[in-house]
Design a protein around this ligand. Sequence first.
Ligand SMILES: *[C@@H]1O[C@H](CO)[C@@H](O)[C@H](O)[C@H]1NC(C)=O
Ligand SMILES: *[C@@H]1O[C@H](CO)[C@@H](O)[C@H](O)[C@H]1NC(C)=O
Ligand SMILES: *[C@@H]1O[C@H](CO)[C@@H](O)[C@H](O)[C@H]1NC(C)=O
Length: 966
Amino acid sequence: MSSKGHLTELPLASAVGKRPSPRRLLLLALCALVAIVTVLTCNSLLYATTTGAGPRIQRVPLNAEHVLNQCASLRKVPGPPEDFLARAVSDRFEPGTQPTLIKNAKLWTGARNGSEIVYGDLLLDGGLVKAIGYIPRALYAEDDTVFIDAKGAWVTPGLVDLHSHVGLFSAPGMAGTYDVNSRHGPVLPWLRSIDAFDTHDDAFQLAIAGGVTSVQVLPGSGNAIGGQAFMFKLRKTSDRSPTSMIIEPPHTLNGSEPDPSQPLRWRHMKQACGENLRRYGNRMDAIWSFRSAYNEARQIKHAQDAFCAKAEAGLWNALEGQSYPENLQWEALVDVLRGRVKVIANHCYEEVDLDDIVRLTNEFQFPIASFHHASEAWLVPDVLKRTYGGTPAVAIFASNHRYKRESYRGSEFAPRVLVDNGIPVVMKSDHPVLNSRYLMFEAQQAHYYGLPPHLALLSVTAVPANAAGMSHRIGILYEGADADVVLWDSHPLQLGATPKKVWIDGILQVGADEDGIVIGKGKDKEFQEVPIVPNWDAERRAAVEWEGLPPLAPTRQDGRVAFHNVRELWIRRDDEIYEVYGGDNMELADVVVDGGHVTCVGRHCLGGINAKAVLDLHGGSISPAFMTYGSPLGVEEIAGEASTGDGKRFDPFNGEVPSILGDQGAVVRAGDTLQFGTRNALIAHRAGVAYATSSLEKVNLFSGSSSIIGGLSVTFRTGSQHGLEHGAIVKEIAALHITMSRAAPYSSEGWASVSTQVATLRRLLLNGEPTDTETGKWFKQAAKGAIALVVDVGSADIMATLLRLKVDVEQARGSFMKMVFAGAAEAHLIAEEIARAKVGVILDPVRPFPGSWDNRRILAGPPLTNDTALVTLMDAGVTVAVGVRDAWQASNTRFDVAWAALEANGRIDRRQAYALGSTNLETLLGVQDWIGDEADLVAFDGGSAFDLSSKVVAIVSPGRGLVELV
Ligand SMILES: *[C@@H]1O[C@H](CO)[C@@H](O)[C@H](O)[C@H]1NC(C)=O
Ligand SMILES: *[C@@H]1O[C@H](CO)[C@@H](O)[C@H](O)[C@H]1NC(C)=O
Ligand SMILES: *[C@@H]1O[C@H](CO)[C@@H](O)[C@H](O)[C@H]1NC(C)=O
């Protein structure tokens, strides 16, 4: 800015902060006229100003008006126009869209901090919410309006996913569609996610099917400043262009002049900290790269301000030969410093990273809209509050923690701790890290672990919309907002809540009546209520006290343990699961356990009994423990931290196997490298997953598997302290594991072709290797059917090949092979054939995503298809179980099976649901006889294994003669 001296010196200084005065405009116009007529440049035209000190002659440049406009626009701030809510039609309106009247709905609008609920109707017209509540007849034309009877069901705004890479890493994933991180340096503010946005990503439709309507699409986190993000709606437009999918594109997108009559639009920028920047050095290097970049931008900003101070003071002579200071590479960062990129998605995890960035904001004086991932934000609320310009929102996962060192202290209690400290919380997907389709599940979990229901709903609607500077139109329902609306089959915080219909800009995206998809069948009235959730106060306090690493090991209790107020008791007998007590009209019972064995159940168990521990289950249940399969649980602590895992494995297809191993196939045993007491295992244990079967196969979305031969799995107890403890190792060698797949987009160079993989398997199963080697021995066992051969395979075509191979091997050897397909995203396509071959299937994950070419033909389930893969396979008679890919997911097993049952529209009963995560899995992996009727049971307080109202309080272990209290 100019000094005060200048301002008083010059009459024209009054133009500072305002539009040019009429007199000046007149002069400029004259100037231009003279220039045209005389073909002289205005630079030669002299013009006088008077000052207190006497006249001065200023040479006014030809582009003076442009310069002055440019200078005036530096003071413009982004935001909606004042009359925004008075708009009659949305800028996104597609002509021909009919008005829609949703009648008889329970509308959670997102207004009043999420506390507003309106019972009534909702009129969508012109791409907008036109009216809410009681809607007079005069507002719509009867014969030109689509009527939807919500029948009292919940309606919410469309969900806003503040952190997505949809369109940058498209499904199915291919090297040719991977446009997430640039390798061209740590600081790249000039890159823009829009420039790589693939409109053919299969994930759009899936995310919409989950109720997600708007997303912030961010460049990756491989750079300190990765580039500009954009807000998109997921609806494919009639224009089909990425540009037409952007919400309120800023003028800088195409280099046009801002509309002088309107405020600017928000811009968005992605920043990152920590581990992902290792490519460019360490944390110190990273912060210096920020500081030097912001210093560059600050110098440009200062030069612009100085230039404009002179121009606006009319001191043109001083500017002679200079042009307005700008630089296309740095202009976006200059805008950050001007507070016009309010929304900076900051990918930073640890206390050190958050503190670094907060210091940076104060040094360079720019605000941050949201910290993302931010695994330790909940531990340093006061640091966040020191952010320049106000406290940012914090965007996190609910339970996806411990996947790398930075996220090791992430906590399921973080959302509640953050809001208790007055910090706005956003739940996000980081799609495709989590499937954006299940964004609401993140809010459901946050709610389960203590976030109040209105804040849980806000965390995926109005709060992210606000963090993106878009809360004037999305993430909220009020008259004049965008017509992005979800009609749910149950309360959206209920597990498995599924959209029945989704509109974007008033246009129905999924759930057309003529599709005839059954949604939400079998969900009774209770599903329309906010779920009741457990109290976690003690656990949350401990988590904070221990800085995210509270002790998790159970305490062991021998002797007699009594449970009061038990609603249901399910036990295992002869490899089946039975409800031995319970039912709708039964009174709550007592259950007595002696040395880990249930010795009494009923109303009259407790007469004069001395129990060493007494637990009130408050109407809860006791049921068989779950097993988890498919992740590296127990063979590593932190997925991204090699020093906590098994280490390098050798791939025979790369000729890497050391000869000293004496085994060409390098078949190794997970049991040899098992670790006990990993946090993922203990958290799973506390969620009723008492068993795990793990192999050393590790499949990565980007790079595929490290080796085709996954080796031998081990079955163990998740709550044990070490491998020599009684019962810790359930079965030393469970099954033999291999991977059969096409190369992942970034597989190692040496990834063998599918035909090579099959040829190798054929040879190994037909005695290709001597049986005094591990490879020869175990493949022979698999060929004979003495051990299960679990094949991680997604493609139905490869499965079909394997079924033919199985017949060949069995005919050649006169055997019956126990073959299992794991992963199995496309298994539903050949369900009958799989059933006939008596091959089992472990759906892993149970909710599919077309992440790779091999997995692309998924059966998406409601609201897109009637059937799920699970139901299709079960109907065909296949033995099906469920698994997970990542160790942190193991603790959600009970929710996975409950959800799978709900998605089946009442076609899977509770007994079958229990079996999916226990007996079926054991049967397929060949470990049922090692668990059997002595299997551990789990005591749930406040509900059953399938309810959000319950939590685990004890594991009852007849096999070990004790009870574990958690
Ligand atoms: C909304 O919540 C914020 C933060 O808790 C509070 O400051 C504000 O007053 C609330 N507004 C309304 C309308 O309740
Ligand atoms: C450039 O972008 C602005 C702002 O989105 C838009 O109004 C204008 O029509 C665009 N111009 C062209 C030529 O595409
Ligand atoms: C879905 O199932 C319902 C009820 O069984 C049936 O009426 C409808 O035709 C099915 N729709 C499709 C697309 O298969």
